[in-house]
Design a protein around this ligand. Structure first.
Ligand SMILES: NC(=O)c1ccc[n+]([C@@H]2O[C@H](COP(=O)([O-])OP(=O)(O)OC[C@H]3O[C@@H](n4cnc5c(N)ncnc54)[C@H](O)[C@@H]3O)[C@@H](O)[C@H]2O)c1
Ligand SMILES: O=C(O)C[C@H](O)C(=O)O
Length: 332
């Protein structure tokens, strides 16, 4: 009886104390002896920059996504801590952590979807372009790893400035001979999430009932909310249109200023990234009519749009011929 009780206590304390090799040895039941967890069918997802302000809540939410069977968390700092923490959640995905450049390839092999929020965020007074010098190099290195280890993975690129990091990633993939514009998606979902929220506020609707396409890029006036295409169909006064357009375009700066030097949007971004990643996984699964906005390469540099399985917008619908590179998406 006493030995059974001791075994139980040893098992409980193994969960409460941070793991180290000494503890593994002293445990009655070693972790390596445990039966494999998970095994449910699903997709393999890697988050690069998983210990950051976006990365941590993003990792938590992806661990809750039933479409994910394996979740790899990579960062140059604190990846083991975040991994240990997230791995205790009793959801299906198996979580593994990877720390530093020597483990990048192991983090990427076999992945279906790679989400990249690695890089520095801006502080008040900075533009997203001010992040270019640091983040361009980070994105280049990470995408070289993707090209080598999981060239068919869909890449969701969050690191700013998205208007520049997406073309950088495209060049890396072209050089490696793995470029597929359908698989390289700059994440602009936060602009859509903001547009839905602010439009719902103005119209007095539940934000969950609102869907506003936002095309263009992810900086200032390159962010183009298509209020005329909002669902449910709505009309706006010129004052409402001006207010909404500016608020959506300046949403990132609003958060940067409110955080007063402590970074930029992280929680709403993690929410938006998971909404977008989930759409990608549903697209990969073969679901019909998966349609979201993203910053992607487009032919001829003109806005085009598809409405999922439902039909096509004509280019003229958008009346934004100045747009350099855009937009919607059929993810598969
Ligand atoms: N696309 C969008 O809508 C959107 C929204 C918000 C933030 N962002 C951008 O996302 C990026 C991250 O923001 P954050 O608030 O999470 O920043 P953060 O500083 O909190 O986290 C960034 C993480 O990246 C890691 N990192 C740095 N270099 C790395 C490398 N070479 N490999 C792997 N990981 C590395 C850091 O260790 C850190 O954990 C910023 O560039 C920010 O501007 C984009
Ligand atoms: O504004 C930023 O710097 C972060 C992000 O691009 C955002 O839109 O919140």
């Amino acid at each position: 009886m006493e030995s059974v009780a001791n075994q139980r206590i040893a098992r409980v304390s193994a969960h409460l104390q941070p793991p180290n090799s000494q503890m593994e040895e002293s445990c009655v039941l070693k972790r390596t002896d445990c039966r494999a967890k998970g095994g449910a069918p699903g997709f393999k997802v890697a988050i690069l920059g998983a210990a950051g302000g976006i990365g941590q809540p993003l990792a938590m939410l992806m661990k809750m996504n039933p479409l994910v069977s394996v979740l790899h968390l990579y960062d140059v700092v604190n990846a083991p801590g975040v991994t240990a923490d997230i791995s205790h959640m009793d959801t299906g995905a198996v979580v593994r952590g990877f720390l530093g450049q020597p483990q990048l390839e192991s983090a990427l092999i076999g992945m279906d979807l790679v989400i990249i929020p690695a890089g520095v965020p801006r502080k008040p007074g900075m533009t997203r372009d001010d992040l270019f010098n640091i983040n361009a190099g980070i994105v280049r290195t990470l995408c070289e790893g993707v090209a080598k280890c999981c060239p068919n993975a869909i890449v969701n690129l969050i690191s700013n400035p998205v208007n520049s990091t997406v073309p950088i990633a495209a060049e890396v993939f072209k050089k490696a001979g793995t470029y597929d514009p359908k698989r390289l998606l700059g994440v602009t979902m936060l602009d859509v999430v903001r547009a839905n929220t602010f439009v719902a506020e103005v119209l007095g609707l539940d934000p969950r009932e609102v869907d506003v396409p936002v095309v263009g890029g992810h900086a200032g006036v390159t962010i183009l909310p298509l209020l005329s295409q909002a669902k449910p169909p709505s009309s706006f006064t010129p004052e409402e249109t001006e207010y909404l357009t500016k608020r959506i375009q300046d949403g990132g700066t609003e958060v940067v200023q409110a955080k007063a030097g402590a970074g930029s949007a992280t929680l709403s971004m993690a929410y938006a990234a998971v909404k977008f990643a989930d759409a990608c996984l549903r697209g990969l699964r073969g679901d019909a009519g998966v349609v979201e906005c993203a910053f992607v390469a487009s032919e001829g540099g003109i806005a085009k749009g598809e409405k999922g399985a439902g039909g096509k917008h004509s280019e003229g619908d958008f009346l934004h011929q100045e747009i350099v590179s855009i937009q919607l998406k059929q993810i598969i």
